[in-house]
Structures are given as structure tokens and as C-alpha cells.
Design a protein around this ligand. Structure first.
Ligand code: CU
Length: 471
């Protein structure tokens, strides 16, 4: 009998291409063995066919790591096998997960030592596009290539001819074309905008050429895995419609000029309709800087188009079963003042209640503060009774944007710079720009200890990390 699942694995094996989803699929059945994700050193052809392979750290020897796919409500079972010379964990970014499986060392589990394993087993409550990456020394481990897509399928997905991953990363390569080891931990990066790269890859490749067919409808599963850079992608002249952000459905809209901006950790699902123009070359540009660069290129096959006119099948995704809108009237208000960094004027900071001078903080490379506290504290930012709405008032008094990521929940922006925001999308990562005041609201429905941090990974390491406890 050929079930749909078998068909999917067969098609993966048949295409075998790095650009085709899905390489492997999870077992729903508890009796089946764990899928292995071995984190270990390897090489990847990041810099192109004419450049030497780049030494990376990778899951299962590939960058990005294998795509993990499950249906909504299924159980994912992964055995992390640590083949690195340092401890590691896996965090399942955006999944409203069982707290013990969240992968935060020191908060939800012990870091997995070299040579050891850890079994992750959890159900996925929401359909959508997610990703996984280490949460131990992530500023180095993610930058070296440890990450992959996690896809949770809808019961009734929109009609598309194909799904493609679009995993974007911003690497810092040295003159030899290798990952720039010497600048890991650089205080300048940590106190400014983080480790910005100089080399863009999509799906671990440099400007990959993606063969498509005229008239084809494609769902792009996008994630920004960069440590620090806010990326922006312009699909013009293609028509690109956004159908989900951070895994959660949105009312579809068509991207305009300037394209789509993705902060580190953020995702988007995009529907692309390829024009029926055999032989057309359609570049996707990265436009976050003054010098746009080609991120990837669609090459339309020379032959007969798949169809002459783009399909007009509905693309609206069914909403996930998130709790109803937060009840703001009775919400617990949590203040979060963001300070520090270069030009931030931080004079001192506290660590578990003890004041520390800026000179000493610089020695410790802790240069960012939340409410005056630098780095992970023994006490949570807030304790929230389960089921209550929490509002976090983020006030960015630094000179840099911060992509704030809440674990275990999705939230909505309800106010920006004093103005009420209605109908904002559910997100798990939201950018707070310099001098902005952003209020986010969520129903604290997932018990446990949840990290809340900047997803510029150098900022996390240098102090921008706290946690809330849902009891
Ligand atoms: Cu930040």
C-alpha cells in the first residue's frame, strides 16, 4: 500500500536535490526509532562550485540540516548526537512546546556534553514553518552552520505545485574563504549590531539557480538564520503573496516595493506564481543594504509551461488553534527597558541583585541590560499565572534594533509608540527598533520557564536575555 507518507519519502529520494522538500519525515508512531540529528564538523560548498569547501559544523553533515516534517498534532522524536567538541542543545524555534523539550541549557535541561545524546520528543500543536538550532553558545554554533527547517503540515494546505525551502544565512568568511574564526567573540560585534556577515547563502548555496516551470505555483518556506543581520528579499517582478509569518497564518497580502524584511529567527510563507515565460531568468534580490545582491535565481524551463494562467485557488490558511485574543483589561503588565551597547551610555548593571560597574561588565562582555540587569538572572522577569494575559512593554533605549524572541508562545503587538495596533499577526519574534516602544500581548497558556531574548545571538550572549515563568 502506498500511503501519502510513503509517497512523500519516495519523492524526496527521487528528487534528491538540496532544493526540494522534504529530505526526511518524522515518525508519528511511538514505537518507531528516533531520527538521529548528529551535530558534527564537516564541509559545505557554501561559497560556490569554484571555491574550496567551507569547514562548518552541521547536522547530518549538511547545511542547512535535514528538513524535519510532521503533521499538526504529530509527535516529533529526534535523538541529538553531539559530535562537537563542546556542549550543545537543540531549540525548536516557534514551537509551543513542552517546556522540558525547549532546549535551553540551565533553564530547561543540562547542555548535552560531547559524545553524549539527548532525546527530544514533543507534539507540534500548530501547523507552519519553524526551525531548529542550538541554544548553547548559539552565537558560534549557529554561525558555523547548525540549523534546519521544521515544517508542520496543515490538514488542508493550499494548492501549490511545489514547496521550496528558502533558508537564508549571512556568513562571515575570511580571505581564505573559510568561516572567520578569529572574530568569534569580538567585543565590537557584541556591543554593536552583532556578527554581520559578508557572504549570503540560500539553502547553503551561493545564488542557487532554482529550476521552475512556467505557470508553476510555489510555496516558499523562508527563514532568516543569520546571527544578526535583518535581511530583506525583493521578488519583483514576480507576484509574491505572504500567507504566514513565524508559522502563523495571516490575511494574505501581496509584497510591494522593498520586498519582505525578516529579522533573525523570523519566518515567512510566500506563494509565488511563476509567469508562463519559457526561458525567463527571475532573480530574488537581497535588498537590506544599499547594494542589492542576488540571493537566488529562478530559471523558467524552456519547454511547455505547466499552465498558461496562474491558478486562482484560495491561499488563505486555516488559523491554528491559538487561544483567543489576549484580554488586555486584566493583563499583567511587564516592563522591559532595553539599555546598553555602544552609544548606549550604560554605567552599571546588576547580576542577581549585585551592582557591577561598566568596566567590570566590559571585562565579562556583558554590555546590554534589561531593566538594569545584565544576562541571565536567577529570578524570572515575571511569574505569570497560567491562562492570564501578559503584556510586555518593550522600551528600546539603545542605538540598535533587537529581534525579541519569546519561547513557548506566540504573541501579538498591541501597541507601538503609544498607538494601539489592531489585528497584528501572531509572532514569536518581533523587531523593536531604536527609540521604539512596543507592547506585545500573549496568553500565558504554556506552563514552564520560558526564555525571552534578543535573537541577535551576540546580544543574547552579551546580556539581552531574561525569562518568564508560567505557573
Ligand atoms: Cu539585540
Amino acid at each position: 500500500m502506498i500511503s501519502r507518507r510513503n509517497f512523500l519519502s519516495v519523492s524526496a529520494a527521487t528528487f534528491g536535490a538540496a532544493l526540494t522538500l522534504p529530505p526526511f519525515r518524522l515518525n508519528a508512531d511511538e514505537s518507531k526509532p528516533y531520527q538521529i540529528l548528529a551535530a558534527k564538523p564537516g564541509t559545505a560548498p557554501l561559497a560556490g562550485a569554484n571555491a574550496p569547501p567551507v569547514k562548518v559544523w552541521a547536522y547530518q553533515g549538511q547545511v542547512p540540516g535535514p528538513v524535519i516534517r510532521a503533521r499538526r498534532g504529530e509527535k516529533i522524536r529526534v535523538r541529538l548526537n553531539n559530535g562537537l567538541a563542546q556542549p550543545t542543545t537543540i531549540h525548536w524555534h516557534g514551537i509551543r512546546i513542552d517546556n522540558a523539550m525547549d532546549g535551553v541549557p540551565g533553564l530547561t535541561q543540562d547542555a548535552v556534553q560531547p559524545g553524549k545524546t539527548f532525546d527530544y520528543s514533543f507534539t507540534v500543536p500548530d501547523a507552519g514553518t519553524y526551525w531548529y538550532h542550538p541554544h548553547h553558545l548559539s552565537w558560534e554554533q549557529v554561525a558555523r552552520g547548525l540549523y534546519g527547517l521544521l515544517i508542520v503540515e496543515e490538514e488542508t494546505p493550499p494548492m501549490v505545485d511545489r514547496e521550496l525551502p528558502f533558508v537564508a544565512d549571512d556568513w562571515r568568511l575570511n580571505k581564505a574563504g573559510q568561516i572567520d574564526d578569529a572574530s568569534f567573540g569580538n567585543l565590537g560585534d557584541w556591543s554593536h549590531g552583532g556578527r554581520m556577515g559578508n557572504w549570503l547563502t540560500v539553502n547553503g548555496l551561493t545564488d542557487p539557480e532554482i529550476p521552475v516551470r512556467g505557470g508553476e505555483r510555489i510555496r516558499l518556506r523562508m527563514v532568516n538564520t543569520a546571527n544578526a543581520r535583518v535581511l530583506a528579499f525583493d521578488f519583483a517582478p514576480l507576484t509574491a503573496q505572504v500567507i504566514a509569518l513565524d508559522g502563523q497564518p495571516v490575511s494574505p497580502w501581496t509584497l510591494g516595493a522593498g520586498g519582505l524584511r525578516l529579522a533573525p529567527g523570523q519566518r515567512a510563507d510566500i506563494i509565488l506564481d511563476i509567469p508562463a515565460e519559457p526561458g525567463a531568468i527571475l532573480p530574488i534580490q537581497e535588498v537590506s543594504t544599499r547594494n542589492p545582491i542576488k540571493a537566488a535565481t529562478f530559471k523558467v524551463a524552456a519547454g511547455q509551461p505547466l499552465r498558461a494562467i496562474s491558478p486562482n485557488d484560495p491561499i488563505v490558511l486555516a488559523p491554528n488553534r491559538l487561544l483567543a485574543a489576549p484580554t488586555l483589561d486584566s493583563a499583567q503588565l511587564i516592563e522591559l527597558l532595553m539599555e546598553g551597547g555602544a552609544m548606549g551610555g550604560l554605567r552599571q548593571g546588576s547580576i542577581d541583585g549585585a551592582m557591577v560597574s561598566i568596566e567590570e561588565l566590559v571585562q565579562k562582555k556583558l554590555v546590554w541590560a534589561f531593566n538594569g540587569a545584565v544576562g541571565m538572572q536567577k529570578k524570572p522577569l515575571a511569574t505569570i499565572p497560567r491562562g492570564r494575559t501578559a503584556v510586555i512593554n518593550m522600551v528600546n533605549r539603545t542605538a540598535f534594533p533587537h529581534a525579541m524572541h519569546l519561547h513557548g508562545h506566540h504573541f501579538r503587538v498591541v501597541e507601538r509608540n503609544g498607538k494601539t495596533v489592531h489585528g497584528a499577526p501572531w509572532r514569536d519574534t518581533e523587531l523593536a527598533n531604536p527609540d521604539e516602544r512596543v507592547r506585545i500581548a500573549f496568553v500565558a497558556d504554556n506552563p514552564g520557564k520560558w526564555l525571552f531574548h534578543c535573537h541577535t545571538l551576540e546580544h543574547t550572549a552579551a546580556g539581552m536575555v531574561t525569562w518568564v515563568e508560567v505557573v
